[in-house]
Design a protein around this ligand. Structure first.
Ligand code: ZN
Length: 182
């Protein structure tokens, strides 16, 4: 009898080819549903990205070709269609679970005791390259979605909504790329 995942763990894409197929489908759903404000809870979109939530965190690098500085990391949230950012990535030994569990913050005291996600705590402490930029009127989910990356080497800035950032993540997985450039 083939091995089956226990029901409480999401199905995870096992290979890059499989992940690319899931990502291609998820991008089609994203084009219909959007992923800003309440759309992060959309059922069809969340089903479409389920198998990609534990995909290894994607690197965010500066898009200036002469710079290419590593700015941050990003992964898909466990319970919504949200891109979760981080300024650091866990060392290899701690990365066996993938997704948001690959992410590491600069400010100490991560985990459930925090009022805000780590990247927001980092921004509040004036640390790191990514900070919340505020939401557009009427587009709210209770989470920080819109954010700006600022390259700490060349100063290039790039602002993304959750939807545009999630699209870049899915395109990277579809294209078998480990990095997005903003
Ligand atoms: Zn740069």
């Amino acid at each position: 009898m083939p091995w089956q995942q226990p029901p409480h763990t999401p199905m995870v894409a096992a290979t890059r080819e499989q992940a690319a197929e899931f990502a291609t489908h998820a991008l089609e759903v994203l084009d219909r549903s959007g992923a800003d404000g309440q759309a992060i809870f959309g059922e069809e979109l969340n089903r479409a990205i389920d198998a990609l939530r534990r995909w290894p965190a994607i690197g965010v690098r500066c898009a200036s070709p002469r710079c290419n500085h590593g700015m941050a990391w990003v992964a898909i949230d466990e319970g919504s269609a949200r891109a979760v950012s981080a300024n650091r990535r866990r060392p290899p030994k701690g990365r066996q679970h993938g997704g948001i569990y690959d992410l590491l913050d600069i400010t100490p005291g991560g985990g459930l005791g925090r009022a805000q996600e780590g990247w927001v705590e980092d921004a509040n402490a004036n640390k790191g390259s990514v900070r919340p930029t505020g939401e557009r009127p009427g587009i709210t989910s209770g989470y920080n979605e819109r954010r700006t990356h600022t390259c700490q080497r060349c100063g290039r800035t790039s602002t993304h909504t959750n939807e545009t950032l999630l699209r870049r993540i899915l395109e990277a997985i579809r294209d078998c790329d480990d990095v997005i450039r903003l």
